[in-house]
Write a protein that binds this ligand. Structure first.
Ligand code: ZN
Ligand code: ZN
Length: 332
C-alpha cells in the first residue's frame, strides 16, 4: 500500500497501472488532473483527462498526442488499476483521481478547493483508504476569507481604474465572473492573453458575466474599469499611480505592490484540508506540493499516518508558485 505511488525522475508514478499523475517530463501514459503548467506538460503520448482540461491543453500545446477524454464519475482502467475522475473545484475541468487496486482505494486530489466557486464544477467529496493531497496552504495561519466579500471591497473605490493581477488560466476567469457579479457599477476588461481561455469556459456553458477584451484608449475614457491582467503585465505596472493595484491570490509573496489585498485562492486552506480528512478518515495521508510538515505534526501520535512523499517539498513548492508565471509563458 505504501509503494502504490512513488516519485521517479519523470514524476509521480503508479507501478501497478504503468501510468504517471501530472508528470513533469514526457511519458507514455499521463493522467492530468488539470491544465496548469506545473501539472500538464506538452508532449505526453496518451493523456487521460476531462474535456475542459483537454481543450485547455490543446489550446496551449496543439493537439499532438492521444487524448482519452473522461467524464467525471466514469470508471476506466489503465493496466490493472481502475480509475475514476471527480471534480476538484480548483478550476474548470480540474479532477481528483480515484484509483482502486486490490481492494484498496487511493485518492490523488491534484490541486483542489472545497469553497463555492461557480466558475467551475463543485468539489466532490470521495471516500478512500489512502489520500495523496496537495499542501500548498497547509498551515493554521492560512484561513482564506469569503471570496465574494473580498471582491466586493472593490466597490469602495471610485474615480480610479483597478488593475487586478490574476494568472491567465483559472484565476482570470474566476475573477471576471466574481467582479461581473458583485461589482455591477464597474466594467470588467480582460487582457488578450486570457481571452481564449475565457471563451473555452463559455463554450462549456460557464457564463463569466459581462466582460470585454482590452482595447486601446479604453482606460483613458473610463475610470470605473476593473482590468484583469496576467502577472507579467501586473508587475510591469508595479510603480504606476494610474491604477489601484491588487493581485488576487493566497500567496503572500505577491502582495508586495498591492494597494489593496485581495485574498482569493484556488487552493484549500488549513480548515478545508482538515474537513476533507475528517470526511474521508484515510489510514494514510501522503502530502505533495507545498510543506506537509505542519499537518504531519498535527496528527503525530494518532492512528492516521502523515507521510511527506517528496523530500524536496520546499523546492517543489517554489516551482508551484512560479507556475503562476509560466502559465502565461507557455501560452505566448
Ligand atoms: Zn493548479
Ligand atoms: Zn499546482
Amino acid at each position: 500500500m505504501h509503494n502504490f505511488l512513488s516519485f521517479d525522475t519523470r514524476g509521480l508514478y503508479c507501478r501497478a497501472g504503468g501510468f504517471y499523475l501530472d508528470p513533469r517530463l514526457i511519458v507514455n501514459h499521463a493522467i492530468i488532473s488539470h491544465a496548469h503548467s506545473d501539472h500538464a506538460v506538452r508532449g505526453n503520448k496518451n493523456v487521460y483527462c476531462t474535456a475542459p482540461t483537454a481543450a485547455f491543453m490543446k489550446k496551449k500545446f496543439g493537439s499532438k498526442g492521444e487524448y482519452h477524454v473522461k467524464d467525471y464519475g466514469a470508471k476506466f482502467n489503465i493496466g490493472e488499476v481502475s480509475i475514476t475522475l471527480f471534480p476538484a473545484g480548483h478550476m474548470l475541468g480540474s479532477a481528483q483521481v480515484l484509483m482502486e487496486f486490490e481492494g484498496v482505494k487511493y485518492l490523488y486530489t491534484g490541486d483542489f478547493k472545497t469553497v463555492a466557486d461557480t466558475s467551475c464544477e463543485p468539489f466532490h467529496f470521495v471516500k478512500a483508504d489512502v489520500l495523496y493531497t496537495e499542501t500548498t496552504f497547509a498551515k493554521p495561519s492560512f484561513a482564506h476569507p469569503d471570496p465574494e466579500q473580498e471582491i466586493s471591497k472593490l466597490n469602495n473605490y471610485s474615480g480610479i481604474n483597478i488593475l487586478i493581477g490574476a494568472y491567465s488560466l483559472g484565476k482570470a476567469q474566476r475573477i471576471t465572473q466574481l467582479a461581473a457579479q458583485h461589482c455591477p457599477g464597474k466594467k470588467v476588461v480582460v487582457h488578450s492573453e486570457s481571452v481564449p481561455f475565457h471563451k473555452i469556459y463559455e463554450s462549456f456553458g460557464y457564463s463569466l458575466g459581462n466582460w470585454v477584451r482590452y482595447e486601446k484608449n479604453l482606460l483613458k475614457e473610463n475610470d470605473n474599469i476593473i482590468y484583469v491582467v496576467p502577472p507579467s503585465v501586473y508587475f510591469k505596472h508595479a510603480d504606476s499611480k494610474k491604477f489601484l493595484k491588487t493581485f488576487a491570490t493566497g500567496w503572500k509573496q505577491f502582495y508586495r505592490s498591492n494597494d489593496l489585498r485581495l485574498t482569493i485562492s484556488d487552493h484549500a486552506d488549513w480548515r478545508e484540508l482538515h474537513a476533507l480528512i475528517a470526511y474521508m478518515k484515510p489510514k494514510t495521508v501522503f502530502t505533495l506540493h507545498g510543506d506537509g510538515s505542519r499537518l504531519k505534526k498535527f496528527f503525530a501520535g494518532q492512528a492516521m499516518n502523515v507521510v511527506m512523499l517528496n523530500g524536496k517539498q520546499k523546492e517543489e513548492s517554489k516551482q508551484h508558485s512560479l507556475s503562476l508565471f509560466s502559465d502565461e509563458n507557455t501560452f505566448r
